[in-house]
Design a protein around this ligand. Sequence first.
Ligand SMILES: [Mg+2]
Length: 247
Amino acid sequence: MPLLLLDLDNTLVDRDAAFRFATTDLLATHGLPATDLDWVLELDASGYRPRGVVARGLLDRYPMLAPPLVQGFLDNGAADAVTLAASTRTALRHATALGWTPVIVTNGRVRQQEKKIQVSGLDREVAGWVISEGVGAAKPDAGIFARAAEVVGARLADGGWVVGDSARADIGGAQAIGYPSVWLPLSAGSGRPSSSTNLRAPPTTCPPRSTWCWTTRASDEDQPPWIFSNGSRSSSPRGSSALDRLT
Ligand SMILES: [Mg+2]
């Protein structure tokens, strides 16, 4: 059965919305200016800035916060607030029913990423997951994708697709294993695929507001019957990331 190798943050779940929600709560709880929200979000850089740098920045600006509290916020704040959009859950079930094997492939720490998977309920919707810290390889390294296939008793040679928001980690990883991909430039850290990436315009069956939808090496025969969409970002933890079936 073909593999569906899915990124987690800002792909299956709207991690930025969850972090925004947690930050708003942190500022309110400790009597800090609500207008600092954008400053914290910029410091966070959609989770791509090293956590130690973010922690130092927060402690420098808010010396009244205890270091363990800041660490706890960075470890659990977004993880506690992630949600799985109903349309994403439905699409995952639909893909599974059609014979796809969905596997989460995510870079990050095991404790934090597994918490997101469990809090969102994704643990009940996918066949398995691999986390870079746990397997000793990170996207775009082909090794982590090979481990993803192994955890569901498959091989990369079985074929599949990669879906993710990071040009470097996800689309670069797809290129490393020779898989077609869907790129979702949904966060500040999405970057741009390299000029050598054979991106093409969305299929004509994409919804009108589909500027986020790009595929590589796609053909009508081998493309999954749906794509992700994220037409507008949400300010609540109930993110707008969604898998919408193409009809
Ligand atoms: Mg991501």
